[in-house]
Design a binder for this molecule. Structure first.
Ligand code: AMP
Length: 417
């Protein structure tokens, strides 16, 4: 017997999944975001240039695809969607700005699997590309807050915010942080390495002792230039005015290198250690991907599996779409199979949900038992007698009442019940 690959999952009931994706897509369309679809494979270089060489995603977690000999380009299964969206934006020469898009993506990261963390997972990725206004950050964050609270009915979540400043701010802060790290000899080996290559990444460290040292680390929000300081203030004021609650988390840097200015995460206490279910921020990726001009953008992604974990606990309170009433067609003998198939075809043409018991060796009793397990409201029985009189026996499975009706009247009878 084969088993699924480590870190992957089988989903055998998609009702909650579809509630999440359908509700989100409708809500995003309402805010004039258009759905796009991106390839599952991209060039490895795309992520090296964008996500960053010192990040876990690029350093340790890429699923690189073995290529045919002779091909020089390295390709991988997509580990995240922002770089791909930006690649698509540049490659397709999009002119109408801002480009407001979203996509549902299956992503791959070679992580240590645990609850809420898988090697294959799914995200809804949302981007507003080609806009500098800090009000777009406010718009995106408050839109997400509305989606989670009023549409997906997630309760007890928190929004945490930080502001990473502009490139200059980060260059200046790098020096301040490096000085602090040099005076902190007890940090782990990875952090020591990062303190020279990419010091901001130290805040991602999972070691508790490092994290307790970083409680006293300098905070980037205290080292912003005047214009970034104003934007940071405006972001907070406007979120407050829109009634969006948040907390400031100075050590939030997010695991990817391309962010500047606003970064945020939505977290839930229902998720255990993998508490973040949505993350995002402002970024400039175009120049890193070869564009001559900078293209400011803001985006976010939420994990479908993590939202599933939250909603599974309150599933009963959600208005999940009900399955349509089912009619089961039962030919009593193999000779009536073709007539039963014609009847089923007619039900399909009239959008009536149905199934058909095509089981030549079973007795009528066992066919009825099988039909019953499908949970139908009606069964349509077709034996020799029905066949000869152009009729069917319609059995109400709730009351057990049976009625002989003309085949031609079946659809209207079912529709009127
Ligand atoms: P990121 O792309 O790392 O910014 O993550 C954005 C969101 O994707 C997170 O908040 C999670 O909901 C989800 N996510 C990220 N990595 C994983 C993973 N390995 N397994 C499941 N969900 C994930």
């Amino acid at each position: 017997m084969f088993q699924k690959i480590k870190g992957t999952q089988d989903f055998l009931d998609l009702s909650l999944w579809q509630f999440i994706t359908k509700t989100s897509a409708e809500y995003l369309n309402l805010h004039n975001f258009n759905q796009i679809k991106l390839p599952a494979i991209e060039s490895v270089d795309l992520f090296k240039r964008s996500v960053g060489l010192e990040t876990d995603i690029v350093n340790k977690e890429m699923f690189v695809v073995e290529q045919r000999t002779g091909s020089s380009e390295q390709i991988c299964l997509k580990p995240e969607a922002t770089a791909s969206t930006m690649r698509a934006f540049l490659e397709n020469g999009i002119q109408n700005l801002p480009w407001k898009v979203f996509s549902f993506d299956t992503l791959f990261r070679y992580e240590r699997p645990q609850k809420g963390r898988y090697r294959e997972f799914n995200q809804c990725n949302i981007e507003t590309i080609g806009t500098e206004s800090i009000s777009q950050d406010v718009a995106l964050i408050s839109m997400l807050d509305g989606l989670f609270s009023t549409k997906l009915k997630i309760n007890n979540y928190a929004l945490v915010l930080n502001f990473l400043g502009c490139q200059n701010d980060r260059l200046n802060f790098r020096e301040v942080l490096t000085n602090f790290l040099q005076a902190s000899p007890n940090i782990c080996e990875t952090c020591q390495k990062r303190s020279t290559t990419n010091p901001l990444r130290i805040f991602d460290c999972k070691s508790e002792s490092c994290q307790s040292i970083y409680q006293n680390a300098p905070k980037i929000i205290n080292h912003l230039c005047e214009s970034c300081g104003q934007e940071w203030q405006q972001l907070q004021n406007h979120l407050e005015l829109l009634g969006v609650s948040f907390a400031i988390k100075p050590e939030l840097v997010r695991g990817l290198d391309y962010y500047n200015k606003t970064v945020f995460e939505f977290t839930s206490s229902h998720l255990g250690s993998q508490s973040s279910f949505c993350g995002g921020g402002r970024y400039e990726l175009a120049t890193q991907l070869g564009s001559k001009t900078a293209v400011p953008a803001i985006g976010a992604a939420f994990g479908i599996e993590r939202i599933l974990l939250i909603l599974e606990q309150i599933q009963d309170k959600l208005l999940l779409s009900q399955k349509p009433a089912l009619t089961v067609v039962i030919p009593l003998n193999p000779e009536q199979n073709i007539l039963a198939l014609l009847v089923a075809q007619n039900l399909a043409q009239h959008n009536l949900a149905h199934d058909i018991i095509l089981d030549d060796t079973s007795s009528v009793k066992s066919k009825m038992r099988k039909a019953n397990k499908l949970g139908p409201i009606y069964c349509v029985l077709i034996g020799q007698q029905e066949q000869e009189s152009n009729s069917v026996t319609l059995k109400n499975m709730v009351t057990s009442e049976e009625q002989l009706i003309k085949q031609i009247d079946l659809v209207s009878t079912l529709k009127n019940h």
